[in-house]
Design a protein around this ligand. Structure first.
Ligand SMILES: Cc1cc2nc3c(=O)[nH]c(=O)nc-3n(C[C@H](O)[C@H](O)[C@H](O)COP(=O)(O)O)c2cc1C
Length: 216
């Protein structure tokens, strides 16, 4: 069998996009995404692995401005509720930029599809594997967007029910992400939450152990 590994520059590109992907909240206003690029990004998302090959994702592209404003309002309400729930860190949280819904070129809502309960394979004991599968699709899109020079921000600050209603989703479908996508002024080399002194990444060795939960 021929060497199955990618060439050295291809491998470098894979690790580079993983390292340089960032969660983006600042976008260039009035910019656009080439429809061919958007089609490639959605195809990358749709190529994701999924439990039992159930492909539990659904992507809703928001092109209506009134709807975009309504989605922003939902997120802003939840931003304030989250701030209040944070107690001492309320003001610090309110100072963070946590979404770019109004400025991003493309807005996508990602949802879990209806009819998921029929899928047992890999979900009998772990029903949340549908969400894990959707997350794989979103990560594919995120990495492909970075490779295309586009930023993406994952927004999870919303009540699912009113968003589902806004988009006319069936009762057993559930929105799980609002994705802001588009050209950005720059890609920071560290997470925005680190730059804003909110939280810091911990080193890998704190997350890996051998044979038991205990670390040596
Ligand atoms: C499931 C998920 C939900 C997230 N929701 C939000 C959000 O609502 N608002 C936000 O500003 N960032 C959100 N983020 C982005 C994280 O804050 C970000 O990934 C983390 O700080 C690390 O930064 P990086 O992605 O630039 O490496 C979310 C990320 C994930 C994976």
């Amino acid at each position: 069998m021929a060497d199955p590994s990618f060439s050295a520059p291809e491998r470098q590109a894979v690790y580079r996009v993983i390292a340089e992907r960032r969660d983006m909240r600042r976008f260039i206003p009035d910019s656009t995404v080439d429809p061919h690029v958007l089609a490639r990004l959605l195809a990358a998302a749709h190529a994701a692995p999924s439990v039992g090959l159930m492909q539990p994702w659904r992507f809703v592209r928001i092109t209506d401005d009134t709807l975009r404003r309504a989605i922003h309002a939902l997120v802003d309400e939840e931003r304030h509720r989250t701030a209040r729930a944070l107690g001492q860190r309320e003001q610090e949280f309110l100072a963070l930029k946590v979404e770019g819904i109004r400025d991003c070129a493309e807005l996508l809502v990602v949802a879990l599809r209806e009819g998921r309960q029929a899928h047992i394979f890999g979900r009998r004991t772990l029903p949340q594997m549908d969400l894990a599968s959707v997350s794989c699709a979103i990560q594919n899109l995120w990495l492909a967007a970075r490779a295309e020079g586009l930023g993406m921000g994952w927004v999870s600050l919303f009540e699912p029910q009113p968003l589902a209603q806004l988009l006319g989703m069936p009762a057993d479908a559930e929105p799980v992400a609002i994705l802001c996508l588009g050209p950005v002024p720059e890609f920071p080399d560290r997470p925005a939450l680190e730059l804003d002194d909110w939280a810091y990444r911990k080193p890998l060795n704190e997350f890996v152990s051998e044979n038991s939960w205990e670390q040596s």
